[in-house]
Write a protein that binds this ligand. Structure first.
Ligand SMILES: NC(=O)c1ccc[n+]([C@@H]2O[C@H](COP(=O)([O-])OP(=O)(O)OC[C@H]3O[C@@H](n4cnc5c(N)ncnc54)[C@H](OP(=O)(O)O)[C@@H]3O)[C@@H](O)[C@H]2O)c1
Length: 337
């Protein structure tokens, strides 16, 4: 088990730093800003990294903290940072190898944080960067166009609740799977057709879809090809890694070869349907943070944050909660303002 130390991250010298009261906070490096964290988003990547599951694609340096997303206030700037004023409220990512946003202070590359949407609180903003970015990237990869019929799995989750709203904004007709408990709620987010997985098997109901956003992996990735039209697209956030994604992730040729072999049945399935399959790993891009800010400020999407509040000292509980897979929106750890 990795010890959680909310007060430290990449600790260097701090004596001359103007932010008071924290003897061992990090010092921003070249091109970095130091952020006083107000909220940190927790995602499945956190427990996957901890378990070593998906270790070939979630590259992690040990020991590590938790969290990939943050919102907070810029309190210091490293050399070569022309953007961001001290005191600005920002949201964004830290590099994946970091997994370290559950900390009172975080040093992040200036290019990976943006001014927060003016109409959100810190909790909502912390839930946005990873989830919003991966959904934008998934639908870009799918080539989603207005009028498309899209199936989004896990409509009540962090990804699903954002994806429903974004797909509607893009003009799609949205089908989503969820439990009875969340059915009305996801309808309220904009889903046109709710498939209650406790009552029905979506494979008996939907067919000829243009796109499936698969968040479940396993059998669901394969079943997606049974419900799309010929020429449609299956975009997975949890299924086998295709070679294009493996290259984007910078995986070495041997790992790529293994992944390519493991995905052979899926390729066959895609070929049979003349369909496209893509695994989409979230890659931090500032332009997507800018898009998220615009979308939220324009009221086109609303960040959905699970109502359970976690203090920094119970970040481990946040992970356990995440692993149960019952969260409604993104899970956030709250830091003192
Ligand atoms: N590739 C990437 O970069 C990337 C980035 C982010 C996430 N992901 C992946 O995307 C997936 C979703 O992430 P997330 O953060 O949205 O997860 P999450 O918030 O933990 O998802 C929880 C939700 O899933 C629903 N759910 C559970 N089983 C279901 C089922 N059989 N059918 C439909 N809904 C079901 C639950 O709703 P009920 O309570 O109603 O069942 C709950 O609302 C994860 O596998 C994650 O690893 C990948």
């Amino acid at each position: 088990m990795i010890e959680f130390r909310p007060e430290t991250r990449r600790v260097r010298t701090t004596e001359s730093d103007p932010v008071d009261g924290w003897p061992d906070k990090p010092k921003p490096g070249r091109g970095e800003v130091l952020i006083r964290v107000h909220a940190a988003g927790v995602n499945p990547a956190d427990f996957l990294a901890e378990d070593g599951k998906k270790s070939c694609i979630v590259k992690t340096k040990y020991p590590h903290g938790r969290g990939l997303c943050i919102s907070g206030i810029v309190v210091a700037k490293g050399a070569n940072v022309a953007t961001h004023d001290l005191g600005n409220a920002v949201f964004g990512h830290v590099p994946k190898v970091g997994l370290d946003t559950c900390a009172a202070f975080v040093s992040a590359p200036a290019a990976q944080v943006r001014e927060m949407p003016a109409n959100t609180g810190f909790r909502e903003a912390a839930g946005l960067p990873l989830i919003g970015s991966v959904v934008i990237q998934a639908f870009e990869r799918a080539g989603l166009r207005a009028g498309d019929h899209v199936l989004i799995h896990e409509g009540g989750g962090a990804v699903g609740s954002f994806a429903i709203q974004y797909a509607k904004f893009l003009g799609a007709t949205v089908f989503t799977t969820t439990s009875t408990e969340n059915a009305d709620w996801v309808r309220g987010l904009g889903a046109d057709n709710v498939l209650d997985y406790q009552l029905v098997d979506y494979r008996d109901i939907v067919h000829d879809l243009d796109i499936v956003l698969d968040t479940l992996g396993g059998d669901a990735t394969f079943s997606a090809f049974d419900v799309i039209r010929p020429g449609g697209a299956v975009i997975s956030l949890f299924g086998p890694v295709d070679d294009k994604a493996a290259r984007r992730l910078g995986l070495n040729p041997l790992v790529r070869q293994v992944l390519w072999f493991k995905a052979r049945d899926l390729r066959r399935k895609a070929r049979e349907k003349d369909a496209r399959y893509r695994f989409v790993p979230m890659m931090p891009e500032t332009r997507h943070l800018a898009t998220l800010k615009e979308l939220v400020e324009a009221g086109k999407v609303k960040p959905v944050v699970d109502a359970t509040s976690f203090a920094p000292s119970s970040a481990t509980d946040a992970l356990a909660y995440q692993e149960k897979g019952r969260a409604k929106g993104t899970i956030v750890v709250d830091f003192a303002g």
